[in-house]
Design a protein around this ligand. Sequence first.
Ligand code: SF4
Length: 415
Amino acid sequence: METELEAAFAGTITQGMEIVAKSEKLEAKFIRESVEKGEIVIMTRKGYGSLGIGKGLSTKINANIGTSPIVVDPIEEVEKAKVAEKFGAHTISDLSMGGNIDAIRKSIFTATSLPITTVPIYQAVAEYQSLHKVSYRNLINMIEKHTEEGVSSIVIHAGFTLKMLEKLKNQRRIMGMVSKGGSLTAAWMIEHQVENPFLERFDEILKILRRRDIVLSLGNSMRSGCIHDLKDEPQILEIKMNSELAKKANEQGVQVIIEGMGGHVNAAEIWKYVKYHKKIIENRPLFVAGPLPIDVAVGYDHIAACVGASIAAGAGADYLCYITPSEHLSLPNIDDVKQGVIAFRIAAHIGDSIKYGISERDLELAKRRRNLDWAGQFHYALYPEKMISLNLQKNEACTMCGTYCAIKTMDKYLG
Ligand code: SF4
């Protein structure tokens, strides 16, 4: 089977490229050329469709769901998947680490048509219950199993070495390493006293991914865990290493997304950091978690992160991982997933208005607002259901100003 990247190299426009071109209202030729350069990836969910992520396309958002070792409610995870899709997530990551993980992943597959991403080391560690018992073979087998089951992408944390962990130890960070996948990988390396397993077996992993054209997502282990932890040497080394790995993967016909910059970043730095990351990774798709521009919004982190993500998307981040109100506090419940997706769908739209200019949709809504045309506004609003629930007076000035409606007053005096 030829991958999207191999087809692009050969000058072929695939069905996936056609689908992405149509949904983004772009030329298929542009999609092929961008796939060839590694600037756009096409995630395919077999039997459902194709999703483009990358430069020149609308910003995409991901919702993380899945059980934890402490909270296991498979039915709720299915509902989270449905809610995430309903409110506008483009992809779902199943990060389950508790219960019957295979069965949970299967039911999430059934509940949604969205592309699914997993982090295979999570399940490997959860099932063996001890880092020491997990072998290279277990990690590789887990990757293979997830790809056979139909995930559209997998995450590995391959961009750091033992030497870089030493450097991390010597940094004056407050939060150290906060990536779960990164910390599990690092702990595994230290337990076994060996190099990064994903780096060591990178070629083997590429062969597995190439076989089914699964997108490789290179994890962001060294991201900052608070806004006082600035961009430092481990972060820079990791993004450079991930960029080199991405080149190698692309040469083998494997499409790559690079996770970077996320976590917690002072708002004043986000724009500059995104530009820096995009340059290092040669415009490959950049996936950013958040970022959170402040640390004190706990309980409302989805709102703070919406601001950070809007700036990041505007600066060129292609793919945003949502943050929910329960960030740093607990496993998100169904409503948290909904709030996180809504906040990030809005962030993506703001980012696109910076990247590509104000949308027709915003213009059309404004025209209807001017005419107090509520039905028209519902049509163009991102979330009409919410709008309907708040607007009690259809076809008239709303209850905010009532008889003193500014629009009606000015209509009377200025026409
Ligand atoms: S009543 Fe006030 S808020 Fe409502 S539509 Fe008129 S001007 Fe806008």
